[in-house]
Design a protein around this ligand. Structure first.
Ligand SMILES: NC(=O)c1ccc[n+]([C@@H]2O[C@H](COP(=O)([O-])OP(=O)(O)OC[C@H]3O[C@@H](n4cnc5c(N)ncnc54)[C@H](OP(=O)(O)O)[C@@H]3O)[C@@H](O)[C@H]2O)c1
Length: 299
């Protein structure tokens, strides 16, 4: 029986992973938020799960949250996470609880990238690999039973998040051209289903392993606009504009633009892995599938 704790279960991926596990009779699910409002949301969404408050800056709250579970899923948010504090707290709590059989940790690191190859300016963005290159070596050195779920790609929830408002209003894919790159895209549904598969399976099969989720094809903004055009049945045009992104990101805009200077370069050599097919036994979701399924968000 897997007794699973999802830290940050209000998050994009944490919530979907919890959704995928909630109805499994072989799983006892515990979901955590660091906030009272998150606790209330989780109570409503997961009536059959145990809901706890756990703040990864407060080691004792993690110890309490981990007592009685044997598996833990962790995905930390961009911009705000200090991995120098959060990951040591998670490690220390897991070591003190003692019977943790598996920690599944989300990362997004192109093969071979380490913190010493990133400038302080990029590391200070606390985005993507700049978080994960801090967390990964700490977890490896801890000797804890860790499985890494590595997604060195863009997650498809960026499509509605970054692009949908302008596609809806003006049929434009409006992004600064300097942020364009030929990118792999992986759906949040595939990531969370793989996370659930790793958490409910036999832990020994996955300990010390890294599962890489990528995509068979890459797309730049022009090509994404082409897919939107096809799926919406109306012309969607890529325009080089920073206004919509600036408005959406508020005071995080400059940090994100700094991150993009690293991200547009660092992921170009990533190769494809058939992890979704191998673990889930089905093809992975393509950008076309995703936009078709979420058409209502763009129209
Ligand atoms: N965007 C992309 O294209 C992309 C691609 C690859 C990888 N990634 C990676 O995906 C990760 C983000 O995943 P996501 O979007 O699922 O995350 P998210 O929704 O931004 O946040 C995850 C959760 O962390 C929890 N949290 C925040 N502060 C906390 C604290 N002090 N203690 C405990 N929990 C806390 C929050 O829950 P509460 O506020 O309820 O506590 C939040 O729901 C990042 O590491 C990013 O680098 C992103």
């Amino acid at each position: 029986m897997s007794r699973i704790l999802i830290l940050g279960a209000t998050g994009n991926l944490g919530q979907l992973a919890a959704d995928a596990l909630a109805s499994d009779p072989q799983v006892t699910l515990r979901v955590a938020s660091s906030r009272r409002s998150g606790y209330d949301r989780l109570k409503a969404r997961f009536p059959h799960a145990e809901v706890v408050i756990a703040d990864w800056y407060d080691r004792e709250s993690l110890v309490k949250a981990m007592q009685g579970v044997n598996r833990v899923f962790v995905a930390t948010p961009d911009f705000y996470t200090d991995e120098h504090l959060v990951t040591p707290n998670i490690i220390s709590a897991a070591q003190s609880v003692g019977d943790i059989e598996q920690i599944v940790r989300l990362i997004a690191i192109p093969d071979g990238l380490t913190a010493d190859r990133l400038s302080p300016e990029f590391l200070a963005t606390r985005c993507g690999a700049n978080l994960h290159v801090i967390a990964k070596p700490l977890l490896v050195a801890s000797g804890l039973p860790v499985t890494f779920l590595n997604v060195p790609a863009w997650i498809m929830f960026n499509l509605p998040w970054f692009l949908a408002p302008e596609v809806k209003k003006h049929r434009q894919l409006a992004m600064p051209a300097v942020t364009d790159a030929s990118r792999m895209w992986v759906s949040e549904g595939d990531i969370s289903e793989v996370a659930a598969r790793l958490l409910r399976g036999s832990a020994e099969d996955h300990i010390g392993r890294e599962y890489v989720l990528t995509a068979a094809q890459r797309y730049n903004y022009q090509q994404i606009a082409g897919i939107l055009t096809e799926e919406l049945g109306e012309q969607v045009t890529f325009v080089d504009e920073e206004g919509p992104l600036r408005e959406m990101m508020g005071d995080k805009f400059d940090t994100l633009m700094t991150y993009f200077r690293h991200e547009t370069q660092a992921y170009g050599e990533v190769t494809h892995h058939e992890t979704v097919v191998d673990l889930l036994g089905r093809p992975q979701v393509t950008v076309q599938d995703y936009i078709r399924h979420h058409r209502h968000l763009f129209i």
